[in-house]
Design a binder for this molecule. Sequence first.
Ligand code: F6R
Length: 274
Amino acid sequence: MEVVIQPSTAAAVELVARIIAREIHANPRAVLGLATGRTMESVYARLVSLQRNDGLDFSACRTFNLDEYVGLPGSDKHSYRHYMNVHFFNRVNIELGNTHLPDGAVSDLDAECDKYERLIEQNGGIDLQLLGIGHSGHIGFNEPLSAFESRTRVVALAPATIRQNAALFGDEDKVPRRAITMGVGTILDSRNCLLLATGKDKAEMIRQTIEGPRTNMISATALQLHKHCTIVLDKAAARSLTKIEYYNQAYESNAKWDWFRKLPAPVAHAKITA
Ligand code: F6R
């Protein structure tokens, strides 16, 4: 696990967007694992501007999202399919047919989960999995009790997650109670994991994820087992960590990050409106 703390939220977002861009430059047919949520909105905004201004080309990329609410068709404005179309897919040159999310509106959810696993496999597995972290410590929607070996399946959302997402639905009662999510095992199978957390409300879960014992009560702790996992934080999300000096020193002394340090300081990027 590598922990990279950036001085601002904008710099943390910039680093994550640039890591994704480099993956695509190196492998235009990359299979990306994608996440939704508020944290990711600025990452997608940055990727949109990298396409428009730097010619980043998504035309051969394939994508698999982590999760989708059960019961919401892709046309529902609260669905993650809708989120992805609005924030990312409709704004870049990706082929919609190459973008995948589980379908939470089908009648046979178990068959949908198996199909999703097979589709990931048929596409050669995930090269780079983007992750956020929830207040319950989830990655994807892998709530407490998720086995580290779990695969794509239907889960019940934790109360902390329902509260976290209530604002988007206008009311806690309107948040779906179940979702399809890639499993912890599915996520661990990806070749690289990239987790972004920003803001002080993530600090405690980040401390437990990085410095706490591995436990299926906090599925993000499973990332300690991953060979190529980078955790990018702003200062607020990092503030409860006890070994910050070490993480910073490891980052500063690692030439692998020179390309990022050489970039001009990130400009504050307001949401793109066009
Ligand atoms: C959503 C997902 C979740 C979110 C997490 C953080 O696809 O996988 O794990 O990444 O709940 O959400 P925000 O960014 O809204 O705090």
